[in-house]
Design a protein around this ligand. Structure first.
Ligand code: FA5
Length: 342
């Protein structure tokens, strides 16, 4: 019987090498250790042996059984480990990998595109590109621009105020950066300031509560209205072509004297008159004028020696004109159907 036990162990050793999955493992367990398995069968045959021999064979049979059980337990551990690894391999994701295919390539917002285009144009004319805070002091937004606290011109630009803060406002225009720039750089000065502005507006096709402007300021000796007109026409023609006409009409702004309102031909009706241009054929795109002496003084510049001009383009309106957008509210909507066209 000892020989039979040895043969059983050898047969087991050969078969156990082939186990690659749980199904095979269970099948071998039943074959060797099951109630009707090979080992049980041999053990039943031991009943007919003499006492002495049964003791020896019984000991050997137990050794074989323990060895087989030990092998099974090792194989079980090995299979569990590889199952865990497999699961990790299947579930593994690289969170740093860029999304491929599913999401299309993005593009710059049309306001950013026109802003960058104009920054290049102004840089080529020797202008510095500057920035200023969107949450601005009441002083720079109004007072320094010749609009003292009691001045009725404050009503022209109603904005959003911050609760509990009396001295700051969401800036209504980019003009506060005029005095900031004069104080920072002095003369001679050529600067443009693109940026976001805020007004408490009843919104419509041409008015938003949040929109972009592009401010410009030139201060030097002997600067005149002619210089101003030249720069403004250069911008309009750069954006809309050589035939573009610019119309300047007097307008009151407390921080310039004289002041003008600048318009270009309406893109929608080509000057015929439509809902966008309120039937005038012109679209108002900027305010401009010769810098008021009080503003130069606030900037630390002597108005008897220096003069300058300033302008504030409605950058968002320039974008509408360039791309033929007939409702300004699309631009801040975040609607991908709109944005994907640019
Ligand atoms: C101003 O904001 C002056 N700071 C411009 C200026 C600068 C004048 C320097 C003189 C010297 P105004 O409120 O007109 O002016 O606005 C200028 C331009 O911003 C307008 O022509 C228009 O194109 C645009 N704009 C004004 N309000 C809105 C609005 N609610 N939504 C969209 N665009 C607007």
């Amino acid at each position: 019987m000892k020989k039979q036990l040895d043969e059983l162990q050898e047969a087991f050793a050969k078969q156990v090498e082939k186990i690659t999955d749980r199904e095979e493992l269970e099948r071998l367990k039943t074959e060797f250790l099951g109630r009707k398995g090979k080992l049980k069968d041999l053990m039943q045959q031991m009943a007919g042996l003499a006492d002495e021999e049964r003791k020896l064979i019984g000991k050997r049979a137990n050794e074989v059984k323990e060895a087989i059980e030990q092998s099974f337990s090792e194989i079980e551990n090995r299979l569990s480990a590889s199952e865990r690894e497999g699961a990790m391999e299947r579930e593994w994701i690289d969170v740093t990998q860029p999304v491929l295919g599913a999401v299309g390539k993005g593009s710059l917002h049309p306001v950013t595109q026109v802003q960058q285009d104009l920054e290049d144009l102004f840089s080529s004319m020797g202008f510095v590109i500057a920035d200023g805070p969107e949450l601005e002091s009441d002083f720079y937004n109004f007072t320094a621009l010749n609009i003292p606290p009691t001045h009725p011109a404050r009503d022209m630009q109603d904005t959003f105020y911050i609760e509990g803060q009396t001295n700051v406002v969401m800036r209504t225009h980019t003009s506060p950066v005029q005095v900031r720039s004069m104080r920072k750089w002095g003369t001679p000065l050529r600067v443009v300031v693109p940026g976001r502005c805020f007004r408490n507006e009843a919104t419509d096709v041409r008015h938003e509560h949040t929109f972009h402007q592009l401010e410009g300021l030139v201060v030097d000796k002997g600067i005149s209205m002619a210089d101003m007109k030249g720069v403004l026409e250069t911008v309009a023609q750069h954006l809309y072509g050589k035939d573009t006409r610019v119309r300047l009409r007097p307008k009151f702004y407390p921080f310039v004297e004289p002041g003008v309102n600048g318009e270009v031909t309406c893109f929608l009706c080509k000057g015929e008159g439509c809902r966008l241009c309120k039937k005038t054929g012109w679209l108002e795109v900027f305010g401009a004028g010769m810098v008021h002496p009080n503003v130069l003084r606030e900037g630390g510049i002597d108005p008897d020696v220096y003069s300058g001009f300033a302008f504030g383009f409605g950058l968002t309106r320039l974008v509408m004109l360039k791309y033929g957008i007939d409702d300004i509210r699309h631009l801040e909507s975040g609607d991908l159907r709109f944005l994907k066209q640019f």
